[in-house]
Design a protein around this ligand. Structure first.
Ligand code: ADP
Ligand code: MG
Length: 234
């Protein structure tokens, strides 16, 4: 069964008496364990779309199923709970908490999970530190590590709750090319290891080539889908 089914979704933003139609009837499906990118120029609707998939905002019209849930019907509290158990987020500017160490940043989402024994929490954080190659840096603070290392921590933090889906909005925009490739490679490795679906957006044509499924978005419309196969079942 598809992890995401979008059917003719539109999104309007209202500013004063001006309505901007940011998404103009998008339909697509994404299978579990896929490695997907949405590529398009600035203003094409990538962030808007990822916010809808991530249940941070609601479509104006259409249907959107994520993990067998029609997200249109969730209220704010239900959306928050749905995100907490199904979705991890990675941001362009890393969004690490500056006063927490690398270890504590990764641990942070688990502190919201009720009744998790300390031993299990430690075990999960340590496993992810190893997976992203940051064990040696675990006691450092974000301002003591590089941009690429910060994004590796952010990848670990996104995965620590075992989500079905990780959304990354322009995760490489603040990284040089070599580091950008390494972060995308790391995400793909994590998909292979944990079976988590990754969806990232980018306006960088070189980075997008690393995805297995590429959706091109322009002016709020899907202009194409390229399926390059690869390790997923998409
Ligand atoms: P991208 O992430 O591809 O750069 P966005 O999703 O941010 O594109 O924006 C798509 C369109 O929606 C743009 O025309 C943008 O100006 C508009 N838009 C985005 N967010 C808002 C908002 N909160 N209010 C009004 N217009 C918005
Ligand atoms: Mg954007």
């Amino acid at each position: 069964m598809s992890l995401i089914v979008a059917t003719n979704i539109t999104k309007d933003y209202q500013t004063g008496d001006v309505t901007v139609r940011a998404l103009k009837g998008l339909s697509f499906e994404i299978e579990p364990a896929s490695f997907v990118s949405f590529v398009g120029p600035s203003g094409s609707g990538k962030t808007t779309l990822l916010n809808l998939i991530g249940c941070l905002d609601k479509p104006t019209d259409g249907k959107l199923m994520v993990a067998a849930t029609e997200v249109l019907h969730l209220d704010r509290k239900q959306s928050a709970s749905f995100r907490g158990s199904n979705i991890g987020f990675i941001f362009q500017d890393f969004n690490l908490i500056p006063v927490l160490t690398v270890y504590e940043n990764i641990e942070y989402p688990l502190l919201m999970v009720q009744n998790m024994p300390t031993a299990e929490r430690n075990q999960r954080v340590n496993a992810l530190l190893t997976a992203v190659g940051m064990t040696d840096q675990k006691d450092k603070f974000p301002d003591q590590i590089s941009g690429g290392q910060k994004q590796r921590v952010a990848v670990a933090r996104a995965l620590v709750t075992n989500p079905k889906l990780v959304l990354a909005d322009e995760p490489t925009a603040n990284l040089d090319h070599k580091t950008a490739y390494m972060v995308i490679e790391l995400m793909r490795k994590m998909r292979d290891e944990f079976g988590t679906t990754f969806i990232f957006s980018t306006h960088d044509q070189k980075i997008v080539g690393e995805a297995e499924i590429i959706f091109t978005i322009e002016d709020g419309e899907l202009k194409g889908k390229e399926n390059k196969g690869g390790g997923g079942n998409g």
